[in-house]
Design a protein. Structure first.
Ligand code: MG
Length: 164
C-alpha cells in the first residue's frame, strides 16, 4: 500500500490525465471544424496518449493494493483563438502536468517509497518529451506567422504522427 497522501494524489492524477485527454480532444474538435485535419490527427493521438497515462496510474494503484476512486471531469474549453494559441495553451498545460509529477515524486521521496520513485521516473522522462514537442510546434507556428501556405504544410506534417 502507498501512503494515504500519495494514493490520494495519484487518484487526483488519474483525473488530471483524463482531463488532459479531454482538453486535447476538444482542441482536435476545433481543428476538425477549422479544416486542419492534420492538426486534429495530432491532437487525437495526444488525447489517446493521455488516456494511456491515466491507465498507468490506475494500474499502479491497483498493483499496490490501493483503491481507484474516479473524480468528476470539468468541461474543457471549446473555443480557441488560433493554432498558435492552442499550442501555447498545450505547452502551459504540460508544464502544469510536469509540476504535478514533481509533486508526486517529492511525496514518494518523503515516504522513502522507492517503488513509486521508480514508477514515476517514466513520467519524469515523458514530461521532458511532452514539453519539447509542444514548444517545437509553438516555434514552428510562430515562424509560420500569417502564412497560410506554411500552415498547410505543417498540417500535412502533423498528419503523419504515428503511434509513439
Ligand atoms: Mg500525460
Amino acid at each position: 500500500m502507498l501512503s494515504k497522501n500519495l494514493a490520494s494524489e495519484i487518484n487526483t492524477q488519474i483525473k488530471l490525465e483524463l482531463y488532459s485527454g479531454y482538453l486535447y480532444l476538444s482542441m482536435a474538435a476545433y481543428f476538425e471544424a477549422n479544416n486542419l485535419p492534420g492538426f486534429a490527427h495530432w491532437m487525437k493521438k495526444q488525447a489517446l496518449e493521455e488516456q494511456e497515462h491515466a491507465m498507468k496510474f490506475y494500474e499502479y494503484l491497483n498493483d499496490r493494493g490501493d483503491r481507484v476512486i474516479l473524480q468528476a471531469l470539468e468541461q474543457p474549453p471549446t473555443d480557441f483563438k488560433s493554432p498558435l494559441s492552442i499550442f501555447e495553451q498545450s505547452l502551459e498545460h504540460e508544464k502544469s502536468v510536469t509540476a504535478r509529477i514533481n509533486l508526486l515524486y517529492s511525496i514518494a521521496v518523503k515516504d522513502n517509497d522507492y517503488a513509486s520513485q521508480s514508477f514515476l521516473n517514466w513520467f519524469v522522462d515523458e514530461q521532458v518529451e511532452e514539453e519539447k514537442n509542444a514548444s517545437e510546434i509553438v516555434e514552428w507556428l510562430k515562424m509560420a506567422g500569417e502564412s497560410r501556405n506554411t500552415l498547410f504544410m505543417l498540417n500535412r506534417q502533423l498528419a503523419e504522427r504515428g503511434d509513439d
